[in-house]
Design a protein around this ligand. Sequence first.
Ligand SMILES: Nc1ncnc2c1ncn2[C@@H]1O[C@H](COP(=O)(O)OP(=O)(O)OP(=O)(O)O)[C@@H](O)[C@H]1O
Ligand SMILES: [Mg+2]
Length: 257
Amino acid sequence: MDKVNKIVDTDKNKMLTIAIMNSKGGSGKTTIATNLASYYAAQDLKTVMVDQDVQGSSVQWLKRRSEKSPIINTTVVFDQPTNYTRSWLARVPTGTQRVLIDTPAGIEVQQIENVAKRADIIIVPVLLSPIDSEAVGIFLRRLKNILSKKHEMTHLAVVANRVGQKTRSYKILETCLLNMKVPFIATLRDSQNYIQASEQGIGVHELKNRKITHDLLQWQPLLDWIELKESSSARYLETNMSSKIHSASGVCQTSVS
Ligand SMILES: Nc1ncnc2c1ncn2[C@@H]1O[C@H](COP(=O)(O)OP(=O)(O)OP(=O)(O)O)[C@@H](O)[C@H]1O
Ligand SMILES: [Mg+2]
């Protein structure tokens, strides 16, 4: 396939581990993990998918992938012995450049800790319903607490997924993330292109015979941010870790007080 959107990183050989995480089910974790894997593989980067979900959706996606498509290796991790982080890492082939970790819904604190130990980047996809927004606020607060204690080098960002119009819920999420100092990196529309791509074991960047220009444009800020994560604008450490998080309970509340 044609190379799409050149990666701007100069140090492509460094292994970059990206975890996709949100305790809420159906927010788009697998969709983002598989689309990123497809994008990197299509860029000739040695890519590994780590599927931590017993549903095995990422593995199923890989099984649908044609042998002619750029190779994506996989490691499946359903169980969580205490040293499991080391064990899956040991199975990642030498020379791997991109690792995508697809995590399950309802992820527990211990598992978040284990993933955070290894992830350079955590992407949190979120839907725009009031329930999802409130849930992500609580999840992000928990995540930020974990990262600020032990894993300060992990970068964190949010992607809004399946967004139609930028409704009030969008504004509320935007404000909430601003208050929490969590970068709001990209907005992906609800599109049949994702369904079509998933059926073929590919991502939108590899999709042929569909109108994908708009989707590719929407992915670009996320792809750029990942590669430029060391830059000042994206540096999680630059956010004031001790800053007060607004609201005592849910932090992305849909009612304005
Ligand atoms: N942007 C999108 N446009 C259209 N459909 C989407 C989009 N993102 C996700 N979907 C669809 O929504 C459903 C849930 O997405 P996905 O499986 O990626 O979520 P998940 O967070 O991995 O779910 P789970 O928590 O069950 O693992 C899937 O059927 C997927 O194809
Ligand atoms: Mg999933």
